[in-house]
Structures are given as C-alpha cells and as structure tokens.
Design a protein around this ligand. Structure first.
Ligand code: BGC
Length: 732
C-alpha cells in the first residue's frame, strides 16, 4: 500500500502544477501485484465468513451499474460509471432510463481522438486525474474507461472514443491515463478486451488474425495498461478465434491473467456473457448487463444451479471474489479512511478541458496563410454550419455526458472576437436522415442532399462578410456506438455547401468537427484553410476560437491516417470488413500508415500530420553510441529551431525501420515521440530515450519478443510522411 501512496502523492502534486515535468515511471508488474495482493490474507478471512449466495451475488450486476456487496460484513456494492467522455448521468437501477436528477451534471472531457491528437502523455495523466475526481465526487469505484481499441477502419462507429491506429501512440496515452485515474482511488476499466474494432455484428462476429498481428498491433496498449496497474478490464462483445471474449480462455486466462499477471477483475461488457461455467472457468469475474431480472444472469441463479450440479467448484468462486475485494481495498471502497472525496464541474477541470482541446486541434491546410484570422483587418465573419451551434456531449450510449455550459464554436467566437467584428450566422446544412440504402446499423440513413434554402442563406452571409468559417463534419448520431458508418462521405450535402460558399467568398476556412476520417479530397481543394477539431468537451468552442484567432498556436497531430478513398484503407483494400459470422484481418500488421507505406499509397493527410502557425527546423540528429546491446537504451538527441515569428509546440516523431529484417516488417514504425515547446527564434535540444526492447517483433514460432541483431534506421519527422533526418545504429 505504501507504494500506492507514494505514487498518488506525486500525481496529486503534479495535478496542482501543470509546469511539473513528469516522466511516466514504469512500475514493474511484480510491484503492482504486490499492491493488489497486499490485503490477500485479510480478504481470505473475509471470504471464509461469506455464504455461497453472498459470494455469487458479488459476481453479477444487481443493478445496471453495480454488483452486490455483503452489508453484514461491511462490503459495499461495487459502483461503476461510464465512461470515456465524462461521468454519465445516473440511471434507474433496473433500466437504461435516466433518473432525471439535478445533481448529476459532469464535465464533458474531450473524446479519445482529441486526447490522443495532443500527443501529450502528461495531458493524458491529468485527464485521468480529473475524470477520476469527478467519479469520486459521484461516489463511484470503477470508471468504465479508457476505451482503447485500435482504429482499424475509418468507418468504426466508436473511433471517436478510441485513441489511434498506432499501438505505440495508443499505449503511451493509455498508461498515464490509467495511472492518473487510479491515483484518485478509482479503478479504471480498460475496454474492450480485445480486438473489438467494429460495431457491425459486434455481438457475434468471430475475429481472426495471426498471432503476430494480435501481439504487435492489438494488444500493446492493453498490456501497457496492466503494467500501469489497471485494476479492472472489460471483456468485449465479439469472439476471438471461435470463443466469445468473455469466455475466452486464451485471452483471459492465458494472456491477461497468465502472461501479464493481472490480479484484478475482468468485468463483462453489458450483456456480453453467454455461459455460466465456461465463462467463469475461462477467466470472466463479473457479469454486467441489461435490465433482465438480475437473478437470471448467467453468473446468478444459473451459476448456483451449476454449482449444485457439481459443474464448478466453490473455490473458483472464491478466487473471483478475492479479485473483487482486492480492487475494493485498492480503491478504498472498503475501509474508506482517507479516500479521495473528489470534485466535479470545477474551474480546474474546465481549464484542463480547454488545455487538452487547444492542444488537440489540427491545422491541415493553411496555404494562403489566411489563419490566424487577422481581426484587426476585418469587420465581419460569416459563421456557417450546423456544427457551429451544435453541442456534442450527449449520445453514443456510454459515451454520453449530461453537462452544463458546453461552449459551441459560435459561442467561442462570440467570446473571443473583438467588439468591432460582426458575426453573420447561417446554419448552412441540417441533419437529414432518409430511408435510402445509406443506412448504418443504428437504423438511421444519412442523407447527402444539401438544403437549397440553407445553402442560399449561407451564400448570402458569406457574400456580406470579409471571411467565412464553415463548421462541418459529423455529430454524435453520425458517429455512434452500435453502428459503423457505411461510407466516409461528408454528410448532409456539406461538400456542395462548402464549394458554393467558397465561390461566394474566396476567404473560406473549413473546420471539420468529427472523431473519424471523412473524405476531404474536394473540400481541401476549395478551402483556403482546413482545420480539424473533435468532440472536444465543454471548452471545445473557446479552444477552437483561440486557435482560429491566433491566441493559441495549433499543435495537434493526426492520430490516424486520413485516406483519399475508403478503399485505400487496409481493411477495405483487403475486402476484410465487416465480415458476417467471422472477419479475418487480412492486412495483418499493416494497419493504418503501415499499409499506406507498404503499398505506396498517398494518403490525403498522413498519420502524425499537423501544421503550425510557425515553422520548425530539425538538426543535429545524433545517438549516444553506434552499437547497442539488447538491454540498452538509445539516447536519441536532436535540435529543434522555431524559425517563425510565433512561439509553438512541435511533436518530434521518431520512427524506426529495419530494412534487413528476416521477417516482413513495416517500412517504419512509431517508437517514440516528444512534444516540445520552442519560443520564436529559439532552439531547443531534445533527447528521447528509446529502449532497445521497443524494437522487438513478435516471433510467433518461438512465441517470444525478439530483437533481431542488425542495422536499424532511426528517423525523426514531423509526420509519418515528413521525415527530416535519419541515422543508423547497430544492435548486437
Ligand atoms: C459499451 C460499454 C459501456 C457499457 C455500459 C456497452 O454497450 O460497449 O463501453 O461501458 O455499455 O454502458
């Protein structure tokens, strides 16, 4: 327990002072396990006092978001809450209906895409701390987040919740998030374990891939979360190699609890369980679900029947209860002395949301240097688009937040523009769903027809203004849990709107607000400037306005590839999405930019891409040595000069190639990165430590991670397609 206290204290200090520099200290698995197993003897004596009924009651939901405690022994219910974007409003105990309370508002935090687009692990830790403080203020024990599945296809309905197509970026955002949350006496529930990369047929589809792909692409972030001490993990809906993930012996017992030594709880996704004995034996610990009679859950009465029939031994149940109690002790829900009380809807959380949002916005194009908008030189701005007014907190089931004061882009501009600049607002397009074929599985068909009346109003607004800014993209209906999109077209006739507004006003800036790729081929031709923003929390509009007006210099980078065409993307090029009964990930390890590199396909904007209002020059790329042993770390150093007139942050991205490899490898893989602030005209010398073990590939014959000896190329770049310098080293 001592270790936990030390870690918590340093995080608390860190959260009070954003200037403090953190190193994401790796805590060895055995120490985390010691923390988790500290109370095992106490727990064993508690279990000895429990009846079988009491134990089984702890293994399944007794309300929508709790599992039972044992009151007479002072064991409370385990209280869980969605989710990744903020603490969900309170629901009825036995239905998905909201309770309609007035005291369950929460901060809306930027969605996963926004957080990862900051490429800033320190912000991920602060995000974790803040969202967990809100969970504590609402008296929760388990936060059903982070959602970390790899973004395999641009169509994925939950891409906005997830972090990246790249396992390294994903794991380096995940680990500090986990540490941050758990420093506040709240358990994370890392979801959805695993290979849950599509919503189509998610309840039944059997996901198939080779072992190397599983290990190198789909599991690293989960493994990193366990190494960071994650107390709980959520089993996914889908199957993997024939077995549902909530009863998958290989994944749960073999990898998670076996190889990785996970000592916490595997909680099912809601209604993702299909058996009593098999799921328990194969590694599930707690069954959660939809409002059936809770007694009919597989791990309720049917489990009691199986025990009575001698199909499963009580000691298996004891082991599950032990895991639950471990987490309860770790988050101090039993023995709550000194437990974090939490805080919610605070100014600090709002400020953090602003900070994350302002580091997440990506400048995709600014060829005419129209941005930042020179407010001293203009008298009017046309603000166009439904997304200028739309709020994005609600929607997407577990990813919805009931919040107050979400700042829309229009409101943000009103807040930030000087009094002399007039805004002409026009809606431009509106949500429009039809019954055509263009259906997503959520049952809504997205229309691509422009609305002539709204387009005409937008043209008029653009004509009478010095600059036009169109806020387009998607919303929380177009992108949602339970439905993948059917194409990447910009919805609701936005392309036509943008073209016509540009004809009416040559100074047209387009801002896309979305969580996943859209087809911007045409739009990026018309737009004088193109900006990407996200479902970015309460302060989204203020942060965006500050970027557009130049109060903040953009520093976000794409966490995935923005393709020209859907069919350029690996899952689609290999015709291996969505599958019916099963889906084979035919692209193997070549997910995201790895595919575009291998096939020499030019994306519209590559992974890692993002411009700034200033420019940076890299020089003096060096390594501390030329030859390295397997246990060593490469110290990669370089200088970054800010050659423009604006202070700014650049993300130095370090990719590694191994051209002489005996196995097929990606042309380059992200292996480290660092976000560096450089004042205008200044030069910063930066060093990144790159452990040699990061360069391992998974040898599926030997079933181990292997670093092949040989010559490797270290590439430093501003994006995966803009490598500015490279150097070779040798590994013995
Ligand atoms: C989602 C989970 C969520 C759970 C509870 C499921 O449908 O997949 O991410 O935590 O519901 O709302």
């Amino acid at each position: 327990m001592k270790k936990v206290l030390i870690i918590s204290l340093s995080i608390l200090l860190f959260s009070c002072n954003s200037e403090v520099k953190t190193e994401n200290k790796e805590i060895p698995i055995r120490e985390i396990n010691a923390v988790m197993t500290d109370n095992d003897r106490k727990i064993d004596s508690l279990i000895a006092l429990m009846s079988l009924e009491e134990k089984v009651a702890m293994l399944h939901g007794n309300s929508m978001f709790t599992s039972a405690g044992v009151e007479r022994l002072g064991i409370p219910e385990l209280k869980m809450a969605d989710g990744p974007l903020g603490i969900r409003e309170e629901l009825h105990r036995d239905s998905w209906g909201p309770l309609g309370l007035t005291d369950d508002f929460a901060t809306f935090f930027p969605a996963g895409g926004g957080l990862s687009a900051t490429w800033n692990p320190e912000l991920a830790k602060m995000y974790g701390v803040a969202i967990a403080q809100e969970a504590r203020a609402r008296n929760k024990d388990v936060l059903l987040a982070p959602a970390i599945n790899i973004i395999r296809t641009p169509l994925g309905g939950r891409n906005f919740e997830y972090f990246s197509e790249d396992p390294y970026l994903c794991k380096t955002i995940t680990a500090p998030y986990v540490t941050g949350v758990q420093s506040q006496d709240v358990a994370v529930c890392v979801k959805h374990f695993a290979v849950n990369n599509q919503e189509t047929n998610r309840g039944t589809v059997d996901v198939l891939m080779d072992e190397r792909t599983l290990r190198e692409i789909y599991l690293p972030a989960f493994k990193a979360s366990i190494e960071a001490g994650a107390y709980t993990v959520m089993g996914a809906y889908n199957k993997f190699r024939g077995d549902y993930l909530c009863e998958n012996d290989y994944m749960l017992n073999g990898i998670l609890k076996g190889e990785w030594g996970f000592k916490g709880i595997v909680i099912s996704d809601w209604a993702a369980v299909h058996s009593s004995v098999k799921s328990l034996k194969n590694g599930l610990d707690v069954e959660m679900g939809s409002p059936l009679p809770f007694e009919s859950f597989y791990l309720a009465k049917p489990l009691m029947d199986s025990i009575a029939a001698g199909k499963i031994e009580e000691k298996v149940i004891d082991e599950k209860v032990k895991r639950i109690l471990r987490v309860m002790f770790a988050v101090k829900s039993i023995d709550p002395e000194g437990r974090v009380k939490g805080s919610i809807n605070t100014v600090e959380h709002k400020d953090l949301v602003y900070k994350i949002a302002s580091e997440s916005v990506i400048l995709l194009k600014n060829s005419e240097n129209i941005l930042p908008v020179q407010t001293s030189k203009i008298r009017s701005i046309a603000v166009i688009g439904d997304n200028a007014m739309r709020k994005h907190a609600a929607g997407g089931f577990g990813a919805g937040v009931k919040t107050k004061n979400e700042i829309s882009p229009l409101q943000g501009l009103k807040n930030k523009l000087p009094a002399g600049v007039t805004i002409h607002y026009a809606q431009g397009y509106k949500e429009n769903y039809t019954d055509a074929d263009n259906k997503n599985s959520f049952g809504r068909s997205i229309s691509n027809e422009a609305d002539p009346g709204l387009v005409a109003e937008a043209i008029a607004a653009a004509r009478k203004s010095d600059v036009a800014i169109i806020f387009a993209g998607s919303n929380r209906t177009v992108e949602s849990e339970a439905a993948d999109r059917v194409n990447i077209d910009l919805p609701f006739g936005q392309e036509e709107l943008i073209r016509k507004v540009k004809e009416a006003n040559p100074n047209t800036i387009v801002v896309i607000i979305a969580g996943a790729p859209f087809d911007l081929k045409e739009v990026q031709k018309y737009a004088s400037a193109l900006v990407w923003s996200w479902f970015n929390g309460n302060e989204a509009g203020n942060a965006l306005a500050d970027i557009l007006l130049g109060n903040v210099n953009p520093s976000g980078k794409l966490p995935w590839t923005l393709p020209k065409n859907l069919m350029d993307s690996p899952a689609h090029a290999t015709l291996s999405f969505p599958g019916a009964e099963s889906v084979t990930y035919k692209e193997g390890i070549f997910v995201g930019y790895r595919w575009f590199d291998a096939k020499n396909i030019e994306p519209l904007y590559p992974f890692g891409y993002g411009l700034s209002y200033t420019s940076f020059d890299f020089s003096d790329l060096k390594t501390d040595k030329q030859n390295y042993g397997q246990e060593e770390s490469i110290q990669v150093s370089f200088s970054i000069k800010n050659t423009g007139i604006t202070d700014g942050k650049e993300v130095a991205q370090l990719y590694v190639s191994h051209p002489g490899s005996s196995v097929e490898k990606a042309a380059k893989e992200l292996k480290a990165y660092k976000k560096v602030f450089v004042k205008s005209g200044a030069t910063v010398n930066a060093t990144i430590g790159l452990p040699i073990k990061e360069l391992a590939y998974y040898n599926d014959i030997k079933k181990e991670w292997t670093v092949e000896p040989g010559v490797y190329t270290i590439k430093i770049g501003k994006s995966s397609r803009e490598i500015v310098s490279e150097i070779s080293i040798e590994i013995k």
